[in-house]
Write a protein that binds this ligand. Structure first.
Ligand code: ZN
Length: 346
């Protein structure tokens, strides 16, 4: 089969597009998927470069986002049939331990992110992949494979952050950093669908127009405006109810300044760095909440995809590339210049 693989870490020169990779066999409880579309994720870059302290099985096929058609079933698969059009929740776990049963698969000792920690030769950036049947979700009928591959994991991640963890409600005002990216564009649309208000932060005028078209209530440009001052103007000095964080070191301190007393910062990442100052006085006197959120359950994927089915949330595809142009995909992703997701078609 065709696929992109690498057998050592490094720059984009380690990526190999090949057509002689073996088609994987579905194991117990797994299905074989013919991938119709894969979407890129920052995990692709981390896996290619290598992460200190993490052991990646090599050779490696990246890809945490994917949609396709069920081609074959392994033993003991009862919930999926050959020919089903599906999308994958990329948070794999055992399904049986107490943490999985409790609904916290991220705490499962066998928790693995598809195409990142799995391997060798797993991930969606290939013609075929095997995935657990419990992670497979019916594709909403009104969306293409490209659209659902682009939106599914990002929307589920946003759902867990805002709905499950931060308990977003109608009328809340939410500051969204990096609003034009994959998770940012999903957040803006979900916030609107919930009857809450968003203050979207972007870094260029093109991106400002995109998030405004998606329904952002206020748009701020971090290059030309002072974010805390603008947020305080918009909220009449109260601060926002929730800050949607995934940037980390570059924005964290400002996030705490923009947050109202009793408000919540929820984060799912730190692309600009892992350490930030913390004024502990805010924690106790302002009784603020700092919450972590990691990926999402299959149930959260299903719940959030209902908003795609209803048309309230749409995929934002920044770039559609043939799989063999993987190097360009990595360059575009690393540059941060693409609004929305980069989708690869095998
Ligand atoms: Zn488990």
């Amino acid at each position: 089969m065709k696929g992109v693989t690498f057998d050592r870490h490094g720059g984009t020169e380690v990526l190999q597009y090949r057509d002689d990779l073996p088609i994987p066999e579905p194991g117990y409880g797994e299905v074989l998927l013919r991938i119709k579309a894969a979407a890129m994720n920052y995990n692709d870059i981390w896996a290619r470069q290598g992460v200190p302290g993490m052991d990646f099985p090599l050779p490696h096929i990246s890809g945490t986002d994917g949609a396709g058609i069920v081609e074959a079933l392994g033993p003991n698969v009862t919930t999926v049939a050959v020919g089903d059009e599906v999308v994958v929740n990329g948070a794999f776990s055992c399904g049986d331990c107490v943490e999985c049963v409790r609904g916290w698969p991220m705490f499962c000792p066998k928790f693995r992110i598809w195409g990142f920690e799995t391997g060798p030769n797993q991930g969606s950036e290939a013609e075929y992949a095997t995935v657990p049947a419990r992670n497979v979700i019916p594709k909403p009928g009104n969306t293409s494979f490209e659209e659902v591959a682009a939106i599914s994991n990002v929307l589920a991640t946003v759902w867990r952050m805002l709905v499950t963890r931060a308990r977003m409600g109608a009328g809340d005002c939410i500051l969204v950093w990096g609003a034009a990216g994959g998770i940012g564009t999903a957040a803006i649309q979900l916030i609107r669908a919930f009857g809450a208000k968003s203050i979207a932060v972007v870094g260029s005028e093109d991106k400002a127009k995109l998030v405004s078209d998606l329904g952002a209530d206020y748009v701020l440009n971090r290059k030309s405006q002072r974010i805390t001052r603008e947020v305080m103007k918009i909220t009449r000095k109260r601060g926002v109810d929730i800050v949607f964080e995934h940037s980390g070191a570059a924005t964290w301190e400002e996030s705490t300044h923009c947050l109202r007393w009793g408000g919540t910062i929820v984060t799912c990442g730190a692309t600009t760095g892992f350490t930030a100052p913390l004024d502990i006085r805010f924690l106790w006197t302002k009784q603020q909440n700092y919450l972590g959120s990691h990926f999402a359950t299959t149930a959260e994927s299903r719940d959030s995809l209902r908003f795609v089915e209803s048309g309230q949330v749409k995929a934002v595809i920044g770039e559609l590339l043939p799989l063999k142009e993987i190097v360009r995909g990595h360059e575009l992703l690393a540059s941060g210049g693409v609004a929305g997701k980069i989708v690869l078609v095998p």
